[in-house]
Ligand binder design. Sequence first.
Ligand code: NI
Ligand code: MN
Length: 227
Amino acid sequence: NDMKITYLGHAALAIEIGDTHIIVDPFISPNELAKDININELKADYILITHAHQDHIVDVEAIAKNTGAKIVSNFEIVTHYGNLGLEGHPMNHGGSWQFDFGRLTYTNAIHTSSFPDGSYGGQPGGFILETSEGNLYIAGDTALTMDMKLIPMQCKIDLAVLPIGDNFTMGIESAVIAADFIECKNIIGYHYDTFGYIIIDHDDAQAAFSKAGKDLTLLPIGDSLTL
Ligand code: NI
Ligand code: MN
């Protein structure tokens, strides 16, 4: 048994833990870079949503309807999808719940979270998955924040997914500091290259992390890393 993390482009991930399939922040069908990913072929028992921005939720309804997956997010986002007839599990910052794949915590993030129509999408967050296969932190869209220092006080992170695209989130320099704050050496970068504001130089990013003694993985879309 292990944990397999597949990059679906932008901030979208597919995570397999044993028999459980989790999709995170699906923004796939409008993403030209992810055109080889077919959302109708994705398996999902759960869909985790960090916040309500369009570039994190566009394919939620389609995948939830295809798969019957349960939506896990903040209270406001789960209520929004509940009103559309989709099943969910509401959480809020600092809260944890034991799911069949492990213990999930909704963490703090510094960002905003309106739905595409401007309606309130609660407050943005990230997730920690504590599983028998290892512990994964998915930061969501966020600035570097001192709150990240609280994470290793409660949970040893084996692998972290951090935004590195700058402009809307942390950039590379902040993400290197974030990796220090969470005391994690193994980082997957996400939320970069999708559109003009967040195009990064991959070599610069790799160099900044390796100079700090950390390992940055930039997965090609569709590729996986196993923990
Ligand atoms: Ni966002
Ligand atoms: Mn975003």
